[in-house]
Design a binder for this molecule. Sequence first.
Ligand SMILES: [Mg+2]
Length: 246
Amino acid sequence: MTNSLLAPAPAPAPLPAHALPDRAARSVTPYPRGHPAFLVVLDADSTLIRDEVIELLADAAGSRAHVAAITEAAMRGELDFAESLRERVGTLAGLPVSVFADVGRLIRKTPGVHELIDGLHANGSRVGVVSGGFHELLDPLAAELGLDHWRANRLEVRDGFLTGGLVGPIIDALAKADALTEWALADGVPLARTVAVGDGANDLEMMKVAGLAVAFNAKPRVKREADVVIDALDLSQVLPLLGLRG
Ligand SMILES: [Mg+2]
């Protein structure tokens, strides 16, 4: 009779190429007591939320088709982000500031976002959102979600109406990477324990500096450059990547 205990153990199934990225493997070191375990930085449009906020604003301005075509090309990396943002924002000139409340009601949060943020906070980790969209719409969401950090562009308003311009620095791909680096330093989290989650070409720079780069329902180019690809519409799937669930 064969003793199954003596039978050779089956060879472990090889991990899929994306399951254990080198950068993530290197990051598995004990973290100093008193510091957050991880810093997870998410993109906003089509990541934290299911919408592209500029398209919702453009809807109100009657320029949605034009703006959506530019957004799509910009997220594929075919256009300079800042230039394309200025062109899209230009179409919003004349909208009343009441559009922020109207559009705020239309925004659909991505499934799993509360579970992700609660799971990270329960583990003592921090969560940031950096957006090529706008503070006027991100601020209420940040408060509701309990984000630790957030940064976005600002729309110029004069006499209660959008001018079609922007004020302050443009949040492009490099500014997103800078935000992740700044927040990591402020939180005392080494870059090896940072995670960037995004879907578009303007997320690629922050994905390069992060310890783990996650493509979330992303454009093909972003998937190719990420360490891990999530194609399900469920942000809580980031938790098991960090050993925080299942
Ligand atoms: Mg996006």
